[in-house]
Design a protein around this ligand. Structure first.
Ligand code: D54
Ligand code: ZN
Length: 280
């Protein structure tokens, strides 16, 4: 399992492009019949990419659970949220099966022992993007579609940032231990997300960008507001944002992304906004 240790904001100022990418960028999450896992020490969030093609893939495939998590099974002391970014699939959680289409979400409670992923058709495989965070109590494993999400329209055409923040795993929709997750969709012709930018000292966040055409990219902004850097992301890449870092992006075209947060609180508007004129 790939492990990312924490980076502080002072050392980060001196990072080269490659160092920034090695620490924060997550690529190649979807490999046939494989569980790709990246363990971040930023709020101990774990990113899993799972693309079943010709077989059913259990969450712990290829993972030494005791060595990586110190538990008998992965979700013994963790919760997990997932979105399907590919073709139709299913996830089976301790015998309960959920049909999971494109952009559907499932929250899986702490204490779930057997989690198994499948695609309906190997030539149109499902791509399960999963984020797991430490959890302290058992809650309800729940399927959420776009219709269940709370919609928060933001931005306008004039600022090229008209978008809808779809809050799926959010206190107003579903109780979780610490995980919050949702899907932000940009309107055609709009390219900016999360601008004016913010940090949230009490939480950290991971983004994954998708619906990015093959020949296009997103310039993801990170760093402190007074010392920004960019990191180029392409379709289905993910990027880790420690609490001290802004997390905003500008695409060469419209795109969609999943945001996921873990940490001290779940108060969505708990953000320290930085005025655009103050960014450096
Ligand atoms: O802390 C909240 C997260 O950064 C995202 O929800 C922001 C976002 O989706 C957007 O503005 O487009
Ligand atoms: Zn944020």
């Amino acid at each position: 399992m790939n492990i990312r240790y924490s980076v502080n904001q002072r050392d980060f100022k001196r990072y080269t492009t490659d160092e920034v990418r090695d620490e924060f960028l997550i690529q190649n999450l979807y490999v046939a019949d494989t569980v790709v896992a990246v363990y971040s020490h930023v709020d101990r969030m774990v990113v899993f990419g799972i693309m079943p093609v010709s077989e059913a893939v259990p969450l712990d495939k290829g993972i030494e659970c005791m060595k990586s998590f110190g538990t008998d099974y992965i979700l013994e002391r963790r919760e997990l949220g997932l979105f399907n970014l590919g073709g139709a699939g299913t996830v089976e959680v301790d015998g309960q099966t959920f049909d999971v289409g494109f952009q559907d979400c499932v929250y899986i409670s702490k204490g779930s022992r057997n989690v198994v992923f499948k695609s309906k058709a190997g030539d149109k495989p499902a791509k399960f993007y999963c984020i797991s965070a430490p959890a302290h109590k058992v809650l309800k494993t729940t399927f959420l579609s776009m219709a269940d999400a709370k919609k928060v329209p933001m931005g306008d055409d004039k600022s090229a940032n008209k978008r809808v923040i779809n809050q799926f795993i959010h206190p107003d929709v579903l109780e979780t231990c610490q995980l919050c997750m949702g899907l932000t969709q940009l309107e055609p012709g709009n390219v900016w997300n999360t601008m004016p930018a913010h940090t949230h000292e009490r939480r950290s966040e991971i983004y994954t960008y998708f619906n990015v055409p093959e020949d296009q990219a997103v310039f993801h902004m990170m760093g402190e507001g007074q010392e920004t850097r960019h990191i180029l992301v392409h379709n289905e890449d993910a990027v880790i944002s420690p609490s001290w870092s802004i997390h905003a992006g500008c695409g060469t075209t419209a795109y969609t992304f999943i945001w996921a947060m873990g940490g001290e609180n779940q108060v969505f508007p708990d953000m320290d906004h930085i005025a655009i004129k103050d960014l450096r």
